[in-house]
Write a protein that binds this ligand. Structure first.
Ligand SMILES: NC(=O)c1ccc[n+]([C@@H]2O[C@H](COP(=O)([O-])OP(=O)(O)OC[C@H]3O[C@@H](n4cnc5c(N)ncnc54)[C@H](OP(=O)(O)O)[C@@H]3O)[C@@H](O)[C@H]2O)c1
Length: 299
C-alpha cells in the first residue's frame, strides 16, 4: 500500500515514520514522506502551493495521503492569515481534489481549536465548529474544503489536541527549558484540554488506514488538564527521570494575566468514545503518556 505523509519533519510526521507498520492489511507499506525543505529522506513540498500538492498526488498515485503538515503557529497566524489559509485549507482542498480523481483516500489531521470552548463539556465529532482565531478558522476551512472535494467514504478527519512529543517545538520541551532557566514560572490554569503524545496519535493514524475508517473523528490521550496541571506534572516527572535537578516553582495564572494575539478555547476536551471503538484502540492517560515521553527525552 502506497502512503504519502506530508509534514514529515514535524512532530506528528516524525512519529508517523517512527511507528509506521511494515504492512497494512497484509500489503507491504510503501512510504513517501514530504517536508518543506526536502531533507532527511523526504521529497520537498510547499503546502502553500496548491498546484504542487495536486501534482504530487498525480505523480505518485498513493492509496492514502496523511496530511500531517500544517501552519501551526497559532499566534503568528493572526498576522499571516493568507499563509495560514493557504497551508491549512488550500493544501487539503488540493489533495482532496487530486485524490478524488485518482480514487484514493485522505486522512486530514485537525484540531480542537475548531471549537470555541464555551460549552464546558467534551466536544463530539458531530458538533458544529466555531473557531476563535485565524489558525482554528483555517483548519476548519481545510476540513470543509476536503469534505466538498472528496467522497465521504474516502475522507477521515481526525481532530486532536495539545500535541507534544520528545522532538520538535512543543509545550513539554519549552517547559523543560524554562524550568531549568528560571526560579518561578506562571502557567495558565483556566484553559482545559488534554495533552496528546505523538506516539499514540501516530498509532491512531495508522489504525485509521488499517481499519479503513472514514468520517469525522476525535483522538486525544485520556483525562483532562489545564496547562498549569500539565506543567506541574512535567516538573514532577522530569525530576523523577533526572531531567530537572531543581525545577522552577510553577504558579497558576489566568488567561487574562498572559494575553496572546490569538484567543484560545477555554475548554476544548474532545469526546473520543466513538473513535476509540472504531479504531479498536485505548489511549493512555495523559500523565502515563507524559511519563513515557519524558523517558524518550532522557534516552
Ligand atoms: N501541535 C499541536 O498542539 C496540535 C494540536 C491539535 C492539532 N494539531 C494538528 O496536528 C497536525 C500535526 O501537528 P504538529 O504538532 O506535528 O505540527 P508541527 O510540528 O508544527 O509540524 C507541522 C509541519 O508542517 C510543516 N509546514 C508548515 N508550513 C509548511 C509549508 N508551507 N510547506 C511545507 N511544510 C510546511 C512544518 O514545517 P516547518 O517546520 O518547516 O515550518 C512542520 O514540519 C497538524 O495538522 C496540526 O494542525 C496540532
Amino acid at each position: 500500500m502506497k502512503v504519502i505523509i506530508t509534514g514529515a519533519a514535524g512532530q506528528l510526521g516524525q512519529a508517523l515514520r517512527r511507528v509506521a507498520p511494515a504492512e497494512i492489511g497484509a500489503v507491504p507499506l510503501e512510504l513517501i514522506a514530504t517536508s518543506r525543505s526536502g531533507g532527511a529522506g523526504t521529497i520537498p513540498l510547499d503546502l502553500a502551493d496548491a498546484k504542487a500538492c495536486r501534482a504530487l498526488v498525480q505523480e505518485h498515485r498513493p492509496d492514502w495521503l496523511i496530511n500531517a503538515g500544517a501552519y501551526t503557529a497559532v499566534d503568528k497566524a493572526e498576522t499571516e492569515p493568507e499563509l495560514a489559509q493557504a497551508v491549512n485549507a488550500g493544501a487539503p482542498a488540493a489533495f482532496a481534489q487530486a485524490l478524488q480523481a485518482t480514487g484514493a483516500r485522505l486522512l486530514q489531521v485537525s484540531t480542537d481549536f475548531v471549537f470555541n470552548g464555551a460549552q464546558g463539556l467534551p466536544y463530539r465529532p458531530d458538533q458544529p465548529v466555531d473557531p476563535l482565531g485565524v489558525y482554528g478558522a483555517s483548519k476548519a476551512a481545510g476540513e470543509r474544503a476536503a469534505a466538498v472535494a472528496l467522497a465521504p467514504d474516502r475522507l477521515c478527519i481526525l481532530r486532536t489536541s495539545w500535541v507534544y512529543g520528545p522532538v520538535g517545538k512543543n509545550f513539554l520541551l519549552t517547559m523543560l527549558r524554562l524550568m531549568r532557566e528560571r526560579e518561578q514560572l506562571g502557567v495558565v490554569a483556566d484553559q482545559v484540554g488534554c495533552p496528546t503524545a505523538t506516539a499514540g496519535l501516530a498509532q491512531a493514524c495508522w489504525a485509521v488506514l488499517e481499519q479503513g475508517v472514514s468520517g469525522v473523528h476525535h483522538w486525544s490521550d485520556v483525562g483532562a488538564a489545564s496547562w498549569y496541571d500539565f506543567a506541574v506534572a512535567i516538573a514532577e516527572l522530569g525530576k523523577v527521570a533526572g531531567l530537572l535537578e531543581n525545577p522552577a516553582r510553577i504558579n497558576p495564572i489566568t488567561t487574562a494575566d498572559y494575553p496572546t494575539p490569538a484567543q484560545r478555547p477555554s475548554y476544548s476536551l474532545l469526546d473520543c468514545t466513538a473513535t476509540r471503538q472504531a479504531l479498536q484502540r485505548s489511549p493512555l492517560h495523559w500523565r502515563e503518556a507524559l511519563r513515557q515521553v519524558i523517558g524518550d527525552v532522557v534516552a
